[in-house]
Design a protein around this ligand. Structure first.
Ligand code: WTA
Length: 680
């Protein structure tokens, strides 16, 4: 039976029944420490020699199997218990957790809470229209999920299929994800800001026959024609047989033979839906993210390990307690929305906010008005929004009562000290810990964050600091050697597997191995660089590959180049990220035109921007386009991106060694072109 962490006495009674209590009670009776381990983490009472949270972290790494076995037994509902805790070998890129076990993720997120507290609020949908929030209890969410599950089943969706969900953050999107999980299908949520071509590429790669969408989206007071985007996308997706369309607005949209009205069809279905018994390592979802090639990769997460890791991190990084209202403002189209709007909070029986709007709609007080109205306890957002809000002044924050807040989280990109201080001092009135959480689509959940820690342990601004339970970071030098000392910088790797990590790239296991496991054999390579301080705290220093982070959204520079190069006037291009005061990073494109092209640069810039927005998404559009006669290249013809980056960062003193350049004069032209562009 699932028991929330607060129920210490109940836990002891329950653990006696399960027979794990002897050592824990013994430890408690002996009073080995003043730390009430059972109150903090019930399982820890059974871990020999563990007193204090640091010791618990040490144990979770040194006795990883014991740790994860105890937590998995305690926190997940199993249809059949697992036989092996793990079968992992990082040197082979093999990752398997809890094999032999069977469970259903939707049962873990819904049914077990409906049994204990059916009327507890599961979702608060903070609709774009301020003040019109809608609450869904666990009972209601289970009902909708079951109707949707039955509907999908009746329409032939089965285990092994992958359903693409192209919806804004809303209850039916959550129910769609859970309905897939209920019947054993995988889901592939595509961020509703992606263009029809980007959507089509993801539908094709996932081989989806079913798409779920809405007639229109509403965000920041603006309407987006999501159904029309789906219609355009499926033109080039022969696998798609059916599209379910929910009604977010009253507007009727054009209907084709393959379309079904989602709500109408759901009404025909039963509210009970038999959950599929899934193997721990069956696929739960694919989520596409950018890498350093032009083709996005569909990272695969599986059932038990992912859910367990999302749930555990949600509870401990944010100090989530039963009854709290958790406000993660990320879109469900990103991993943050998956793990901390949907799966983590729901697995913990929590109340989670679905934020449909923007931080400045209808005014820059939106977040804090919502915090007051919904009595949000943990607020989880992105530095880019914080930086934007700083500009509007403190009055927009102070106008609202934020006394409900206990923890503030930050995710997706480095948080600069100014933004951190403001978040801490103005938003949190200096009384809420700010947790800068580092993780990735690949890691499934938070890997490094200031919490959990010893109760009065320090938090350093702008640092992710401490590895989570079961996480063992490692830094590598440029020769690929392990850096063992502190006060060192290197490539950030993980030396041990953990249950939340991605298992493969859909349809491309080879790329999975090459990207994450071959660079440093025996380790998982994150693609990020990090600094380990004298005290042993981690600070992320940024990507080491050609991935940039615009407003917390990942995008590969190669993806943008591929689009730019499709323009018939373009001979070649190089896209790089540069430091941007609000977005974190902006997009800067160097473009070389074909000989004889006679077009105004302004017109070309416009055309390139609209191509990027049509083929990828608006956020990927270049902020600057510099037309150049040629790009600096090595003698072997490789574009010297390092040099371009320095030019754009106006760091001309450290251009480095230019002796390998084919034609050093190209650099001078680039510098002059850059100065000209800035002076415009
Ligand atoms: C970056 C988002 C600095 C990092 C959860 C990582 C961060 C990429 C932080 C993953 C942070 C994420 N500090 N950088 N706290 N969190 N990043 O897959 O470069 O969308 O590799 O997952 O974002 O982005 P993704």
């Amino acid at each position: 039976m699932w028991l929330p962490c607060r129920c210490t006495t109940k836990y002891v009674a329950a653990s006696i029944r399960r027979g794990v209590s002897a050592s824990s009670l013994h430890a408690l009776r002996r009073g080995r420490s003043s730390w009430n381990s059972a109150a903090f983490m019930p399982e820890s009472a059974g871990f020999e020699g563990v007193s204090g949270r640091d010791a618990l972290h040490d144990y979770s790494v040194s006795h990883s199997e014991n740790f994860w076995a105890a937590v998995a037994r305690q926190r997940l509902n199993w249809i059949r218990p697992f036989e092996a805790v793990q079968d992992c070998d990082l040197s082979q890129g093999r990752i398997k957790w809890f094999e032999g076990g069977k469970l259903n993720v939707s049962v873990n997120c819904l049914d077990r809470h409906v049994h204990t507290c059916p009327e507890r609020v599961a979702l608060i949908w903070e609709r774009d229209e301020r003040g019109s929030e809608v609450r869904y209890t666990y009972r209601e969410l289970l009902e909708i999920t079951c109707r949707l599950g039955n509907l999908l089943r009746r329409h032939g969706v089965k285990k092994g299929d992958c359903v693409t969900i192209y919806m804004p953050t809303c209850p039916l999107a959550v129910a769609s994800m859970l309905a897939c999980a209920r019947i054993g299908a995988a889901h592939n949520v595509v961020f509703a800001g992606f263009s029809s071509e980007a959507l089509a590429e993801r539908i094709r790669d996932a081989q989806s026959s079913t798409v779920i969408t809405v007639n229109q989206g509403v965000r920041g007071g603006k309407i987006t024609e999501l159904k029309r985007t789906v219609d355009a996308a499926v033109q080039s997706c022969p696998t798609v047989r059916q599209v379910f369309v929910a009604m977010r607005t009253e507007k009727r949209v054009e209907v084709t033979d393959r379309d079904f009205a989602l709500e109408e069809e759901m009404l025909k279905e039963d509210v009970v839906c038999e959950p599929a018994a899934m193997d721990s390592e069956d696929v739960l979802f694919l989520l596409y993210t950018s890498g350093s090639t032009g083709k996005p990769k569909g990272l695969v997460h599986t059932q038990a390990g992912y859910l367990l890791y999302a749930a555990l991190t949600h509870r401990y990084v944010f100090g989530y307690h039963d009854g709290d209202v958790f406000g993660c403002v990320a879109d469900i189209g990103w991993i943050t929305g998956h793990s901390y709007t949907v799966y983590g909070p729901l697995a913990n029986g929590g109340t989670t906010v679905l934020f449909e709007s923007t931080p400045v709609y209808p005014d820059p007080g939106r977040y804090w008005d919502m915090v007051e109205r919904l009595r949000i306890n943990q607020f989880y957002g992105a530095p880019t929004a914080i930086r934007l809000l700083i500009r509007y002044g403190d009055q927009w924050v102070k106008k609202y009562d934020r006394s409900s807040l206990t923890t503030l989280g930050s995710v997706g990109e480095p948080i600069n000290t100014e933004a951190w201080e403001w978040y801490n001092r103005v938003v949190g009135e200096g009384r809420c810990p700010v947790v800068d959480t580092w993780w990735q689509t690949e890691t499934g959940g938070i890997c490094i964050a200031p919490k959990p820690s010893e109760p009065d342990a320090e938090i350093v601004p702008g640092m992710a600091m401490r590895p989570f339970f079961g996480i063992k970071p490692a830094l590598m030098d440029t020769e690929g050697k392990l850096l063992t000392s502190n006060n060192a910088s290197g490539a950030l790797c993980m030396a041990q597997p953990w249950p939340g990590m991605a298992r493969t790239i859909h349809n491309n296991h080879q790329r999975f191995l090459e990207t994450y496991f071959q660079p440093y054999p025996g380790y998982f390579f994150t693609g990020d660089g990090a600094y380990r301080s004298q005290e042993g705290y981690y600070q992320i220093t940024g990507r080491l590959d050609d991935v940039i982070n615009v407003s917390g959204h990942r995008i590969g520079t190669a993806e943008i180049e591929d689009v730019v190069n499709q323009c018939s006037a373009v001979a070649e291009s190089a896209v790089i990220g540069y430091s941007h005061s609000i977005k974190g990073q902006g997009v800067y494109a160097f473009v070389v035109l074909k000989k004889g092209v006679d077009m105004q640069e302004a017109d070309l810039s416009k055309e390139l921007n609209s191509m990027v927005s049509e083929k990828i998404a608006k956020y990927a559009c270049p902020d600057f386009i510099q037309f150049a006669k040629r790009l600096p290249k090595t003698r072997s013809g490789k574009i010297m991106r390092r040099v371009l980056r320095k030019v754009v960062d106006c760091d001309l003193d450290s251009l480095g060694d230019l002796s390998t350049l084919d034609d050093p004069a190209a650099v001078q032209e680039i510098i002059e072109g850059h100065e000209k562009l800035l002076s415009k």
